[in-house]
Structures are given as C-alpha cells and as structure tokens.
Design a protein around this ligand. Structure first.
Ligand code: CDP
Ligand code: MG
Length: 140
C-alpha cells in the first residue's frame, strides 16, 4: 500500500441534489484528505476531452452532454490506497447494483446520472488531476 492521490467529481446531478457537503464528509471520514476543490461548468468540448478514453463507447455523447449540463465539483483526495478505496466507497457504476452504504447507492439515479466520478487507476489519476488543478491549487 502507498499514499495515493485520486480525482473525484461530484457530478451535475449530485450538485443539484445538494449532495456536495455529504459526499465531501463521507470521503473525509474515510481518512481521505481533501487537497483541492473547485466548482466548474464544463463545456461539451472539455467534457469530451476529460472522457476521451470513452470516445468510442456508445454512451460517450450522452455522458458528455450530461457532464456539461451544469456545474460539477472536481476534488483531489489523498490517502493510503486512495484510488481503490474511493472506488469502493462510491460503489458500482450502476447505482441499482451499488452496495448498500455507497455514495452511488445513496445519490445515484441511474447509470448515466450516478452522482460521482473517481479515477480508476494510477494512469487515469495522472491524467485527471492536472486536467482540473495546477500545482498551486493542490494543498499538501
Ligand atoms: O464511472 P465508472 O468508472 O464507474 O464507469 P465507466 O465505465 O468508466 O463509465 C464512465 C461513465 O459513463 C459512468 O460513470 C456513467 O456515468 C457513464 N456510463 C453510461 O452512461 N452508460 C454505461 N453503459 C456505462 C457508463
Ligand atoms: Mg471510469
């Protein structure tokens, strides 16, 4: 195990549900340290760039429409084994299949509107963190 950083986004559906505070609290209570946070309204082009790994998937257009439909809240969390642990805390991609007590179970609506994003690997974290934050915006 190692100390890792991961990128989490409170997606537009969860911002509308007033769930920002609860999602931050849940992650902090799991020994994850909040290093960076902002609220941004992505353009369609920015959403397409963020999700470029999914460019050939059938849901790419719908996903990037949704992610540019309103403000979202990207954040950087740091902790032991943070990438895998945050994925567990948020739950399965489809909220209907997410385990009891997970963020997506609590706040997700359906597979498209599933409340949160979290980096799924070191490689994706290395792309996603600097997508939103420069060095001055990440507080050690
Ligand atoms: O977000 P996660 O890593 O759990 O899932 P993904 O497979 O990387 O897909 C990225 C996002 O695309 C998901 O969070 C969903 O919002 C959306 N998606 C969708 O709308 N329909 C699918 N069949 C799969 C994913
Ligand atoms: Mg993913």
């Amino acid at each position: 195990m190692a100390v890792e950083r991961t990128l989490v986004i409170v997606k537009p559906d969860a911002v509308k549900k007033n769930a920002i505070g609860d999602i931050v609290r849940i992650l902090q209570e799991n020994d994850l340290k909040l290093l960076a946070i902002k609220m941004v309204h992505l353009s369609k082009e920015q959403a397409k760039k963020f999700y470029i790994v999914h460019k050939d998937r059938p849901f790419y257009d719908e996903l990037t429409d949704f992610m540019s439909s309103g403000p979202c809240v990207p954040m950087v969390f740091e902790g032991e084994d943070a990438i895998a642990r945050v994925r567990e805390i948020i739950g399965a991609t489809d909220p209907a299949k997410a385990a009891e007590g997970t963020i997506r179970k609590k706040y997700g609506t359906d597979v498209g509107r599933n409340a949160v994003h979290a980096s799924d690997s070191h490689e994706s974290a290395a792309y996603e963190i600097p997508f939103f934050f420069n060095a001055l915006e990440i507080h050690e």
